[in-house]
Structure formats: structure tokens, C-alpha cells
Design a protein around this ligand. Structure first.
Ligand SMILES: CC(=O)SCCNC(=O)CCNC(=O)[C@H](O)C(C)(C)COP(=O)(O)OP(=O)(O)OC[C@H]1O[C@@H](n2cnc3c(N)ncnc32)[C@H](O)[C@@H]1OP(=O)(O)O
Ligand SMILES: O=C([O-])CC(=O)C(=O)O
Length: 391
């Protein structure tokens, strides 16, 4: 790369070393700490993956039990957080609710200044990550029910100590003390695994930029949530659902694709900065969406329309579905409201963000690129015609 070359969007720039994941090595494949995503999705729970990402190795049964205890404790929302959730408007986007909830928790349980240092003792950071991961589901459900019906959700009423993070979310969303439907739970748990980590994706890179200034963990995570929210990144799963909702059959889907492509509009859920030959997470999400569509209450037409769009994009643009495309029809068939799709991504990705914050701190140098200036040449202030406000 030539010294003055501008890489718009930082395409192809290798910004640092990382030992967390590999994305698209030889154009395909995703591994977390060396393990293939397909194997993790099939064999592991999200809690195991959370441990793996943040600590580098799979947990022992005892370590998993300890983690579960901490995640149970993390479900508790301080009264101050509940009050803030009640004060946020019903019209707020749930991503803004989570971003703010993260900040509020950071004021109540701050990372001690003494811990914000370049050190190899990272357990405190990981524990904050666990606290946030455990509290995000209850936070979003508390806000959701309060603004749907005025009810102050009694979180523990529905939960048991062995509930996984996916079970916690589904029980609280549907206000049910019964274990959720097995396939619904598998969909949410697997989505958490698939969404957990993705190298220097925009939100992760943003969290590392904040970490590189020696800021606190809550600031890093709220930076990341704000970055994930956009439609070109995590917000795409909601954007996909918005156009799927408007389509009644394959002909309407074809008209939508042709119309958007003719206007050079981007079709959400397709394309990727790194994967040019397909996103390995897509096959897993697609299979889950298909399984759901086969249930009596499933929506086979939604799956068929999605498949039709996927085929057209491959044929017309040579472009493949990314993780967000079938995540939309899968979450929808579980009964999750569309505006909660990206918040679920946050629950999952907090583990990856934490792994990267720890890594950034352990090999820190402030992230501060340069720009190629194209503004006016250096000049004197005009002698008159403007108000000189300096005394
Ligand atoms: C979990 C995730 O965050 S996965 C990503 C989720 N985001 C989306 O699904 C949004 C839709 N996709 C996109 O906008 C893009 O593909 C991104 C943001 C994911 C990647 O962006 P880039 O790496 O800059 O795209 P890339 O350089 O491959 O684009 C090449 C060309 O394909 C076009 N293109 C890229 N994606 C799409 C799409 N989804 N639909 C139509 N055209 C597209 C671009 O407009 C560009 O066209 P041009 O050469 O005429 O300007
Ligand atoms: O890597 C990216 O650019 C976006 C992505 O797929 C993710 O964050 O999961």
C-alpha cells in the first residue's frame, strides 16, 4: 500500500493482529478461537461460546456452572435502571434503549478507575461483559412490557436458575414461566452463537477505537451498540423483515428486487465486505428458518419468498445472502417483534466486543488514522464583514 493511498472504508487495511476469530480465510469460513462456527453452532451452547471468546478456551463443567451463577445474578436490574427504562419513550428504538441502559448501568456500577489500565488482569472487564450480557435481555423486555401495557415486569417470577440466556429472553418476552418451545429456543441460542463475534466488523472496530483511548468498558460497549444499530451492519436484520413483510408472493418479491436493482438501491441482507462467495452463517440461519416454516404455525410462504430473493440475487448480481437475511424470517417465525431483532444481536455480540476490548488493552496503541485534506488552502481571516467576538 503506497504511503499516501486512501483506502475508502478502510477496505483491505490490516489494522492490527487479533487472536479472536478468522473471517473469510480463503474467502470462506468463520472460526472462533480456531473452532469452526458450524461445529460450535451444532455442539455448544451460547454460554460456552461466550466463555470461549472471552477467555480463549472452552469452559470446564465447573467453570460453566460458575458462569451460569453469575449470569443469573446479572439478570437483576437496579431500581435506577428500571426507572430510566420507564422514562424512555415508547417510541424509542430498542437499540437506543439498550445503548442508554448500558450507560446507566455504567454510572451505577462503574469500572473502577484503577482497573482502566494496561494490564494483563482482564477478569474484571470480562465480568462487566457478563453483567451486561445477562442484563440486556431483561432490560429490553422490561422496557417493552412497560410501554406495551404499563406493567412493571417481575423478572424473577418467570425464571429459574438453570435458564439459559435464550430461555431468559423468550420467557420474559412472552411472560411465560414454562420452558420455551425447543425449536424456538434453539433458534435464539444458535443465533447468539452465530452473531457472537466477527473480527474487525464496524461495531467491534469502534469498540476498539474507544478502548484505545483508555476509556472504560461501558463506553466501549455503548459505542459498539450505536455502531451496530445502522442498517449496513446489525440493523440489516430488521430492514430485511421490513421489506419481507410487504411481500405476499414470489412475483411481488421479483418485482421488488428488479425495481431496487434498476435504481441501484442496496438490498438488505446481501453482500459482505469480506465474504464474496457467501457467508458461512447463512446456511445455519437458513436451515433454522426452514425448520420453523415446517411447523404447523410456521410461515412456508415467507421462507419461499426469501428463497426466491436469494436465488435472484445470486443469478442477477452474483451476490450472496449474509447472516442477517434468514435471521429475519427465523426470528419472525419465533414471534419476536421486528424492532427487537438487532437488540438480540447486541446480547450475542457483547461477548465478541469484550474479547476485543481485552485484546486491545493488552496490546494498546491509540487508533488514530490520518486524512488527506481537501479543504481550503491556509488563509487569513477577512479584515471586515464578520463579528470579532474575542475581547
Ligand atoms: C451482520 C452484518 O453486519 S452483515 C452486513 C449487513 N448489511 C447488509 O446486509 C446491508 C446490505 N449490504 C451492503 O450494503 C454491503 O454489501 C455491505 C455494507 C455489507 C458491504 O459493503 P462494501 O464492502 O462496501 O460493498 P462492495 O464493495 O462489495 O460493493 C460492491 C458493489 O456491489 C453493490 N452492492 C453491495 N451490496 C449490495 C446489496 N446488498 N444490494 C445491491 N447491491 C449491492 C455496491 O453498491 C457496489 O456497487 P458499485 O460497484 O456499483 O458501487
Ligand atoms: O463483518 C462484518 O463486516 C459484518 C458482519 O458480518 C458481522 O459483524 O457479523
Amino acid at each position: 500500500m503506497a504511503k499516501d493511498e486512501i483506502r475508502k472504508g478502510l477496505v483491505g487495511v490490516i489494522a492490527d493482529k487479533s487472536a479472536v476469530s478468522t473471517v473469510g480465510r480463503k474467502d470462506v469460513g468463520l472460526t472462533y478461537r480456531g473452532y469452526r462456527i458450524e461445529d460450535l453452532a451444532r455442539e455448544c451452547s451460547f454460554e460456552q461460546v461466550l466463555w470461549l471468546l472471552t477467555r480463549g478456551a472452552l469452559p470446564t463443567p465447573d467453570e460453566l456452572q460458575q458462569l451460569q451463577k453469575r449470569l443469573v445474578a446479572a439478570r437483576r436490574l437496579p431500581d435506577e435502571v428500571k426507572t430510566c427504562l420507564e422514562q424512555m419513550p415508547a417510541t424509542a428504538h430498542p437499540m437506543d434503549v439498550l445503548r442508554t441502559g448500558c450507560s446507566v448501568l455504567g454510572t451505577l456500577e462503574p469500572e473502577l478507575v484503577d482497573n482502566v489500565r494496561m494490564t494483563k488482569e482482564h477478569e474484571d472487564v470480562i465480568r462487566i461483559g457478563e453483567r451486561l450480557t445477562g442484563s440486556f435481555g431483561p432490560m429490553i423486555c422490561y422496557w417493552y412490557h412497560f410501554h406495551q401495557s404499563g406493567e412493571r415486569l417481575d423478572i424473577e417470577r418467570y425464571l429459574e436458575d438453570d435458564d439459559s440466556l435464550s430461555q431468559v429472553f423468550l420467557k420474559l418476552l412472552f411472560k411465560s414461566a414454562a420452558k420455551p418451545d425447543a425449536l424456538h429456543n434453539k433458534v435464539v441460542d444458535t443465533s447468539y452463537i452465530l452473531y457472537a463475534e466477527h473480527d474487525f466488523a464496524a461495531s467491534t472496530f469502534a469498540s476498539r477505537v474507544t478502548a484505545s483511548t483508555m476509556s472504560d468498558v461501558y463506553s466501549c460497549i455503548s459505542t459498539a451498540i450505536g455502531t451496530l444499530r445502522g442498517n449496513l451492519h446489525g440493523g440489516a436484520n430488521e430492514a430485511v423483515m421490513h421489506f419481507l413483510e410487504d411481500l405476499n408472493n414470489e412475483q411481488e418479491a421479483a418485482d421488488m428486487v428488479n425495481s431496487k436493482l434498476s435504481k441501484k438501491e442496496v438490498i438488505m441482507g446481501f453482500g459482505h465486505r469480506i465474504y464474496k462467495n457467501g457467508d458461512p452463517r447463512n446456511a445455519v440461519f437458513k436451515d433454522l428458518s426452514h425448520q420453523l416454516s415446517q411447523k404447523p404455525e410456521g410461515k412456508p410462504h415467507l421462507y419461499a419468498i426469501s428463497q426466491h430473493i436469494e436465488g435472484m440475487m445470486e443469478n442477477l448480481k452474483g451476490m450472496y445472502a449474509n447472516a442477517d437475511f434468514y435471521a429475519a424470517s427465523a426470528y419472525h417465525q419465533v414471534g419476536i417483534p421486528t424492532y427487537l431483532f438487532t437488540p438480540l444481536f447486541v446480547v450475542a455480540r457483547t461477548s465478541g466486543w469484550i474479547a476485543h476490548i481485552v485484546e486491545q488493552r493488552s496490546q494498546n496503541r491509540i487508533i488514530r488514522p490520518s486524512s488527506a485534506y481537501i479543504g481550503p488552502a491556509e488563509r487569513d481571516l477577512p479584515s471586515g464583514g464578520f463579528v470579532k467576538s474575542k475581547l
